[in-house]
Design a protein around this ligand. Structure first.
Ligand code: GMT
Length: 379
């Protein structure tokens, strides 16, 4: 198949999933065109067989991929519409698959209005705050609801998010659920099955307010009242300064480490003991899956799709959002019971292995085939 994939260029989960999908599909012989505003963070110059298209506007020169906003200016939207239409004209595309609705659903709807022969068919994967945050804004909701009607198929990443998307956008049916996935050869345990003498909690995020990074610090400070532990942060974003200000002067500041924004995070996660995820909303929680694949149990807020990923009392613990005392109690239990820890370590890896990349890419291929009316089985 000839497939166009349109995604954000930042370090977020939606672009990670889009880029890994592009790589895997290209490896399986499909012709892939990847469209983004900037070079994508996750491609790292290693494009393989993927044809990349980036739209650089004068106004954006020098700005980082992180600065990309949810709403592109109209000129960027028109520019990427033109660029994709050129590729459709020159090479033909069977499918145009957009990851993250805002503003890509609007881009795709704009393309559809100008198509001559009804191809490519349009598919959107709804990822997270495109539904749970932007979908609640009345004017964005109106635009997105109308644009999503133009699509031939919709998917999303958890059962919870499928229900949310249906109700927020008034969809006729729930999107197909294709969960986030993991390369279990990259994310794997590094031989450590027991708790470290001074256990490490790890938090991985883009430091947006929905991730509640200050909450992670509060939970850590409660844990430190009872037991020795350290806290590592991977990532960067708007709340990093708040977190740094919060911890300065604390007697445990030396036990905090900020790794910053990184691509190759698997070896760092595999050294940690427990992942901490106090998010306020989370459609899936890709970082939780990455941790579990490394055999690292997760203590997470019971929100959105997280209960579908983190199995309470099996691969970690869930706590009510904002219940930092409850989270610290669960952590204390896990950090002081070696047998429980080893059991959860094994269960985490086993559960994460059910989300292998090959399985989920097959589901995307089947969705493409079904949408194109081929109904064929891909091996
Ligand atoms: O919606 C966002 O916050 C951004 C989005 C992204 O682009 O990174 O993240 C979402 O997509 C990920 C991949 O599907 C999910 O694993 C994350 O749970 C989800 N984030 C939220 O729902 C907050």
């Amino acid at each position: 198949m000839r497939i166009g994939i349109l995604c954000r260029s930042d370090c977020g989960g939606s672009s990670h999933i889009a880029v890994e999908t592009a790589k895997e599909l290209a490896g399986r012989g499909h012709r892939i065109h990847l469209f983004s505003l900037h070079p994508t963070f996750w491609l790292d110059g290693n494009c393989g067989e993927i044809v990349t298209h980036t739209v650089h506007q004068e106004s954006h020169r020098g700005s980082s991929a992180m600065a990309e906003s949810a709403d592109w200016p109209q000129e960027d939207r028109e520019n990427i519409i033109r660029q994709i239409l050129n590729v459709i004209r020159d090479e033909g595309l069977d499918i145009l698959h957009v990851h993250y609705a805002l503003p890509f659903a609007l881009v795709a709807a704009g393309i559809k209005r100008r198509l001559q022969n009804g191809r490519p068919l349009l598919i959107a994967t709804l990822h997270g705050s495109d539904v749970s945050v932007h979908g609640l804004d009345p004017s964005r909701n109106r635009l997105l609801s109308a644009a999503l009607k133009e699509f031939d198929a919709l998917s999303t990443v958890s059962r919870n998010h499928a229900g949310l998307a249906k109700s927020i956008f008034g969809l006729p049916a729930e999107p197909v659920v294709i969960p986030n996935f993991i390369n279990t050869a990259v994310f794997h345990p590094h031989g450590k099955i027991d708790l470290s003498p001074k256990p490490t909690l790890i938090h991985v995020s883009n430091f947006r307010s929905v991730k509640d990074c200050p909450g992670a610090v509060r939970i850590f400070s409660l844990v430190r009242e009872k037991t020795a532990a350290q806290l590592w942060f991977i990532g960067d974003g708007e709340e990093r300064k708040t977190v740094e200000d919060m911890v300065s002067g604390e007697h445990w500041t030396k036990d905090l480490r900020f790794f910053g924004l990184r691509r190759n995070i698997a070896p760092i996660i595999a050294q940690a003991d427990v992942m901490l995820m106090p998010s306020r909303v989370e459609s899936f929680g890709l970082a939780a899956l990455e941790a579990m694949a490394c055999g690292v149990p997760v203590v997470a807020a019971r929100v959105g799709g997280l209960p579908e990923v983190v199995l309470h009392e099996k691969t970690g613990f869930l706590f009510e959002p904002g219940d930092y005392a409850g989270a610290s109690k669960a952590l204390f239990r896990l950090l002081t019971d070696g047998d429980l820890y080893r059991t959860m370590h094994r269960a985490s890896r086993a559960h994460a292995c059910q989300y292998g990349i090959e399985k989920m890419i097959l589901q995307y291929e089947m969705m493409y085939g079904k949408t194109l009316g081929q109904e064929e089985t891909f091996e």
